[in-house]
Write a protein that binds this ligand. Sequence first.
Ligand SMILES: CC(C)(COP(=O)(O)OP(=O)(O)OC[C@H]1O[C@@H](n2cnc3c(N)ncnc32)[C@H](O)[C@@H]1OP(=O)(O)O)[C@@H](O)C(=O)NCCC(=O)NCCS
Length: 175
Amino acid sequence: MNVHAAGHSMVIRSATEEDLDRVLEIDQLSFPNPCTPHFLKSSLKDIFFVIEQKEIMGYLVACICDLGIRAEILRIAVHPDHRGKGVAKELLEASLRIFSKDDIEEVELYVNSANRSAEKLYEKFGFKITKNFTFLDDLDFHIFHEMKLKLLEVKEMENQLWEKNCPENVDHAIQ
Ligand SMILES: CC(C)(COP(=O)(O)OP(=O)(O)OC[C@H]1O[C@@H](n2cnc3c(N)ncnc32)[C@H](O)[C@@H]1OP(=O)(O)O)[C@@H](O)C(=O)NCCC(=O)NCCS
């Protein structure tokens, strides 16, 4: 896959093994508990996008579960130098387009409740908090939100809107 993000010269493509050092660098700059090279390598078989302009600016890892009904976004991060430019928005949009095409019904993710920027990003796409979890590490308690997007409902709503606004297209399609 090679998608030119709308209105930008950013390109979204599937990650390859050669991208992993840069992805790991972004991950280490983005999370207090960075992922392992092994996790990234094994994620190459899942949905693993990088977004680049002159260099890789961010990445997203997701997997499809429950016999193709549900997808989980496992990791998304943007290099600190490229934040606030719509990079994460492009990555999420691209992955939701793929999920929708693959008839995924529900997309799920987990976010630390202290991570307001990520939570706002997901809310923008219609994700809703469905559960809270408390997690204790060596130092502190953390609260995590489980967030879900009912992709099937979004698709049905879009279809209804389309049919309402363009009934002649529907008649035409049925004939
Ligand atoms: C969260 C993260 C991925 C956002 O990436 P980004 O490319 O800067 O985000 P975008 O520029 O695409 O912003 C998209 C939306 O997210 C929200 N957002 C992003 N950064 C924000 C901030 N600092 N404060 C508040 N909202 C923010 C906004 O709603 C924004 O939409 P808007 O610009 O129309 O207001 C990035 O900050 C990051 O990599 N953080 C560290 C890793 C991380 O926390 N990953 C998520 C784990 S669940």
